[in-house]
Design a binder for this molecule. Structure first.
Ligand code: PLP
Length: 414
């Protein structure tokens, strides 16, 4: 079986439990485990379905050096939405000509960085979503490859906070684009239109997604003379064990149909689809408390390690790796932080967790480790990559010294 024919989803139940127990023993918990074979499978399946498109990996989903490197080696170019992401992608070994930069309210330093990079690498395309960004680029001497981010006025996806296509923050107002494009042709090497309309799109959202992308395609026809139309990312993964995966062939067919009259290369920037199910977070139970309301299961991972449930009310499946065959009891799993937001689930049936059990939280490869923090003075977790029978530490666990390092190094600290 080639990687392109790999299963559409890797469920939490598919992870080898004994291997997870060994990794937790060896590296301690909380621990991110990234399956690099799965990263390659996800890229190959996506790339095969969208064989008519230029596929870039949206690095914001997981900017870990080894993750970027594996996807780049598999054939993905890399889309970055901040100078820090550009810098990390370069350090991961991505050639500068394989990068694209999407500027969203870019700080001066980010624009300086991108323009410096462009001076050595004229292949770099910069995407701007506000007229003022064009002025700020021009003021820095930039007259290179430019694309315009469009706001189609329709957002899609799993949560209000990611439905960017209808959020005025992102992209030029739809009706302004033809005029701004004309002006951009005078000032830059104007090459493309760009839109990213939402995230977490599953099969039932494809009609909305089609409408949003259709508006971008219409605009592309009106503007004309484009090298590419970049339709962003947004392809979703099933977070619940009974949820069907996105039919990627159907999604590709939709994009093909919607862009049939567009005379330009179609570009895509998937993030989540490539990395989400390649990641699991291992955490150890330290406290059990029976209360009249629920069975409280205290674990050593908290929202500082994985914030999606607190931030987006996201469901993440939880597996009891140690006691998977026990009878399920309603459990509320939460971490060590003093906030009620620090819960991974409430009253969810899980094979009866006991102290010292190892739990795995699924689908954390996207927007997981990138959103970790040191709130509550929690050192960030470690990460291991697994590949075939090999496992290697790709990010060491932070220490208390890491928590104070920036203060220790600051001249004003007493
Ligand atoms: N491209 C842009 C410009 C984005 O802002 C994002 C996510 O926010 C993506 C691509 C990737 O989205 P997803 O992870 O849903 O594929």
């Amino acid at each position: 079986m080639s990687d392109a024919d790999s299963p559409a989803v890797k469920r939490l139940a598919d992870w080898d439990g004994e291997r997870l127990e060994r990794l937790a023993e060896q590296h301690d918990t909380p621990l991110y485990v990234m399956d690099h074979d799965r990263l390659r499978e996800n890229f190959d399946r996506f790339d095969a379905a969208f064989d008519f498109a230029h596929v870039m990996y949206a690095a914001k989903a997981n900017t870990g050096r080894e993750v970027v490197r594996t996807l780049y080696d598999a054939g993905a170019d890399v889309e970055c939405a901040a100078a820090g992401e550009l810098d990390r992608a370069l350090k991961a070994g991505v050639a500068p000509e394989d990068l694209q930069y999407t500027a969203v309210n870019p700080p001066d330093g980010d624009l300086d960085y991108a323009v410096d990079l462009w001076e050595d690498t004229p292949e770099l395309t910069i995407t701007a979503g506000a007229e003022m960004t064009l002025d700020r680029l021009e003021a820095r001497g930039f007259d290179g490859r430019l694309s315009l981010r469009v706001n189609p006025g329709i957002g899609t996806g799993h949560h209000e906070k990611v439905a960017t296509g209808k959020d005025a923050k992102f992209g030029l107002p739809y009706d302004e684009v033809p005029r701004v494009a004309e002006e951009a042709r005078e000032r830059f090497d104007f090459v493309g239109l760009h839109a990213h309309v939402g995230s977490g799109v599953l099969s039932e959202d494809l009609d909305d997604h089609r409408r949003a992308l259709g508006k971008v395609a219409d605009l592309a026809e009106r503007v004309g003379d484009l090298e590419f139309v970049d339709l962003g990312g947004g392809f979703g993964v099933p977070y619940r064990p009974d949820e069907p995966p996105l039919d990627i062939e159907e999604a590709a067919e939709m994009v093909r149909e919607v862009t049939a009259d567009v005379d330009a290369t179609i570009a895509l920037e998937p993030g989540r689809y490539l990395v989400a199910d390649a990641g699991a977070l291992l955490t150890r139970v330290n406290t059990i408390k029976e209360t009249p309301e629920t069975r409280v299961v205290g674990v050593d991972a908290g929202l500082t390690d994985m914030i999606r449930p607190a931030m987006f009310d996201s469901y993440h499946h939880i597996r009891n790796v140690t006691g998977g065959d026990r009878e399920a009891v309603e459990s509320s799993v939460g971490g060590p932080l003093c906030t009620s937001a620090d819960v991974f689930c409430t009253d969810r049936p899980i094979p009866r967790p006991e102290a010292e059990d190892l739990l795995a939280i699924g689908n954390v490869g996207a927007y997981g480790i990138n959103l970790t923090s040191q709130f509550h003075s929690q050192p960030r977790p470690a990460e291991v990559a697994i590949e075939g029978d090999e496992a290697r530490l790709t990010r060491r666990r932070e220490t208390f010294e890491d928590l104070t390092r920036l203060e220790d190094e600051a001249p004003g600290t007493r």
